[in-house]
Design a protein around this ligand. Structure first.
Ligand SMILES: Nc1ncnc2c1ncn2[C@@H]1O[C@H](COP(=O)(O)OP(=O)(O)O)[C@@H](O)[C@H]1O
Ligand SMILES: CCCC(=O)OP(=O)(O)O
Length: 357
């Protein structure tokens, strides 16, 4: 065992963890945090120590010699806007993740856990790659209807870029030469216009706009939201939660799992059928709206990826509406850990610039 990469993808009730040596996967596990499910819900900050110790224990129990881990790389969270690439987790990043100044989400644990674990292993360093705040928006895409508000770039940059590069490879082309529309259909849904290797527009998938998703509300009727804020019935935290973590399918079905809602639909539940179709309709509308970003240039492909891209019916409903724009290519699931490992190997080989946050 030598020069290992530890990759981390924290989710609300579990952490996906994998250890790689070169192209070999030595360990892969979805580590469940059952005590979080039981309703004891400490803030994400307060979960760092607990998750760190559980992960280290799992590695030891599975005979991973942690002293050989050189790179600990986590999914990158809500920090300041940055360019695409690999970043060393430094104190400023830890500070921004802990303060949640740019938004509070489980994804923030990626950098914090990488930091905590790397500090426990001599010779290991912590990194993130292509965090959700990668910002390549063209200036015109930043405008809103009020000068006080600017649109932010928050999308699944890691899976978008990896999926787009995968498609480019299949087409014997360079990502940087292609025009693509990529839709990540996961817990959150983000849809981006990739023009010659840059994501020049995308829905703000955290608390901004776009289709509703399994857990997020997407665009809501603004006037009604404002009235609700002042109704006296909800706190600021409750209103924010409505948008970011308890919207979309969760609001209709009280489950965080789109898979469960698809199962309901397949069992004949009419409401599930209707709401899933409405989500597919909104996704299709947003994909179509990005066509204008290419200023008349041809679009080389529409890529559907993420967990919901595994559902044939959901995919079919989108494909039928958007294949007029470009060929539709489906990459089911999101290879987050694989993508992080890819960057981890590049770090070890000295083949990627390590950017400063
Ligand atoms: N076969 C499937 N059919 C429908 N939905 C699925 C399927 N597999 C996973 N999902 C859903 O995909 C979502 C997770 O998406 P994923 O891309 O893995 O992660 P993320 O939440 O990070 O975007 C969950 O809501 C999950 O229930
Ligand atoms: C935090 C914005 C990106 C997002 O929605 O991530 P998840 O789908 O992993 O919740």
């Amino acid at each position: 065992m030598r020069d290992l990469v530890l990759a981390l993808n924290p989710r609300t009730y579990f952490t996906r963890v994998a250890v790689y040596q070169g192209n070999s996967t030595l360990f892969f596990k979805k580590i469940n945090h059952h005590n979080l499910e039981k309703g004891i819900n400490p803030s994400f900050n307060d979960q760092v120590e607990y998750r760190t110790s559980v992960i280290l224990k799992e590695l030891e129990e599975n005979d991973i010699e942690i002293k050989h881990i050189k790179v600990v790389i986590g999914r990158g969270g809500l920090i300041k806007p940055v360019e695409s690439g690999v970043y060393r987790v430094n104190e400023e990043m830890v500070q921004d993740l802990r303060s949640a100044e740019f938004g509070e989400d489980v994804v923030n644990l990626g950098g914090l856990l990488a930091d905590g674990i790397a500090k426990a292993i001599k010779g290991a360093h912590a990194y993130i790659a292509d965090p959700v705040v990668v910002d390549e928006l063209q200036d015109i895409a930043r405008f809103t209807g009020r000068p006080e508000f600017k649109r932010r770039s928050i999308f699944h940059a890691l899976n978008h870029k990896i999926s787009a590069r995968k498609y480019a490879k299949i087409k014997y082309a360079e990502y940087e030469d292609m025009n693509l529309i990529v839709a990540h259909l996961g817990g959150g849904i983000s849809i981006g216009a990739h023009k010659k290797g840059r994501v020049i527009d995308a829905n703000q998938a955290y608390d901004g706009d776009g289709p509703f998703s399994p857990i997020r509300s997407g665009s809501l009727p603004m006037g009604d939201v404002i009235k609700m804020c002042y109704s006296g019935k909800y706190t600021k935290e409750e209103m924010l939660k409505m948008q970011t973590g308890e919207g979309g399918l969760y609001a209709y079905f009280k489950t965080y799992s789109a898979y469960d809602v698809c199962q309901l639909r397949d069992a004949g539940d009419e409401k599930a059928e209707e709401v899933l179709s409405a989500m597919a309709y909104q996704v299709s509308k947003y994909i179509s709206s990005l066509y204008v970003c290419f200023e008349g240039e041809a679009v080389d492909g529409v890529i559907l990826t993420g967990g919901l891209a595994k559902d044939d019916k959901f995919v079919r409903e989108i494909r039928n509406r958007v294949e007029v724009i470009a060929p539709v290519y489906v990459i089911p699931g999101a290879e987050v850990l694989g993508a992080l490992s890819y960057y981890g190997q590049m770090i070890l080989r000295g083949e990627t610039e390590i950017k400063n946050y």
